[in-house]
Structure formats: structure tokens, C-alpha cells
Design a binder for this molecule. Sequence first.
Ligand code: PEP
Length: 249
Amino acid sequence: SKSIRKLVLGNWKLHGTLSANGSLLSAVREGVANSAITASCDVGVCVPFPYLAQAESALTGSDLAWGAQDVSAHASGAYTGEVSATMLRDFGSRYVLVGHSERRMYHAESDQLVADKAKIALDAGLIPVVCIGESLAEREADQTLSIVERQLAPVLALGSDVVRRLVIAYEPVWAIGTGKTASPEQAQDVHAAIRKLLGEDGASVRLLYGGSVKGANAASLFAMADIDGGLIGGAALNAEEFLRIAEAG
Ligand code: PEP
């Protein structure tokens, strides 16, 4: 919505090296510092766990935030391989993605698990970015709204106090990494429906669009009434392209 500050978040996925990240982080930091982007838009990057310390040292004191791409639903304990919300906070994380479609698909994350992750992240002082969206088969079967409603149900059950502090990313699975972006109208329709599902709590919730956002299509998407920014995969790995997208925010 026009009254909501925009947010553009990069999702690096399983990409990066210390050396490549060093260049990318400093180029994005410089670009943001030398622009008017942060007058209207928050910007951040969600990096692989091992690079959180690098992001923290490269971005501390800048206008950029950082965070992770997943979080454990457990606070601590015998959960080998997991990373907790308080660990993410220890490295200065502001955001964490929960329920990205790649986690739902390849790691069988359920709607309830995603809600549990959102809750533990919030309790630790992180801003969870709850990712939802339908597959191509679901869209073609006219199930888009019932899918996002189902995905959000356990999140909404957490109550107003939680819902008001979330970020939600609508990412149609058919648009992620495919080069096929939802049209601004297609995305807006779903965003408006999501806003409605959130009721009164939704008025100030940031609803991001994700799925093949690029410098060339960002402005037309972000101009829509209920699109409050973007979650950016592939294009976030290129500083120039990512900055172009943030300029549209
Ligand atoms: C994503 O991973 O959240 C995403 C939107 O990817 P891409 O921009 O590459 O489609």
C-alpha cells in the first residue's frame, strides 16, 4: 500500500563464496549509500548461514539489513544441523525467510512448521518473512486463493500480535527462477486477497512479491496498490541489478 514503507530483500539461496560475497556486499552497500533508495525503501540480504558473520561485518553501520533463509522451529537442544533464531540474532540478523517454496518442496515443510518458525523467530526479535504461493498446476486448477489461505491458516491462528509484525512474500512457484514473472495485475489480485485474509491486522503488513523480479519489471510491480516490495532471488546476486530493483522501491 502507498502508506507502507517498501522492502526489497535479496535471497541468495545456495550461492556465494567469501570472495564473491565480499564484492557483492560492498557494491550493494556503496550503491545504497550513494542513492535515495532508503528514503522510501528498506533493503536487506538473506545469506547462507556460514556467511552471516561476513554480512554483519560488511554491513554494520550501513543502511542495509541482513538475515537468513531458514530457522529452526526449536529454541535449542538435540537437533543436529539446525540453526536457532537466537543464533541468527547473535550475528545481527534482522530478517529470516520461513517457508520458502524450496523448503516446502525439498524439505517437506508443512504449513504448521512454517508458522512455528515464524513464531520462534518473532519471539527472538527477528522479522519473519513468511513465503507462500501456488504451483502452476494449482493456478491452472483455480486454486490459488485456497492454497494461500491454507498456507496462512496456522500463521493467522498465532493471533494479531504476531500477524501485525510479519512480512509476507507471495511467490507463485511457477514464477520462481523461471523468468516468468506474474503480471502486475495477477500479483495485485492475490496480494489484495491476502490483505483481506489478514483483516485489520493486514493494514500495515508488508506484502512482498517474489518470482523473477528484475530491474526491468520491478517498478510496474511495486506500483500496484498492495505490493510493498519484493523478494529477489537470481537478480540479488548482481549488485547493479539488485540496486535497480531497490531503486524502484
Ligand atoms: C526467490 O527465491 O524467492 C525468488 C523469487 O527467486 P527468483 O527471483 O530467482 O525468481
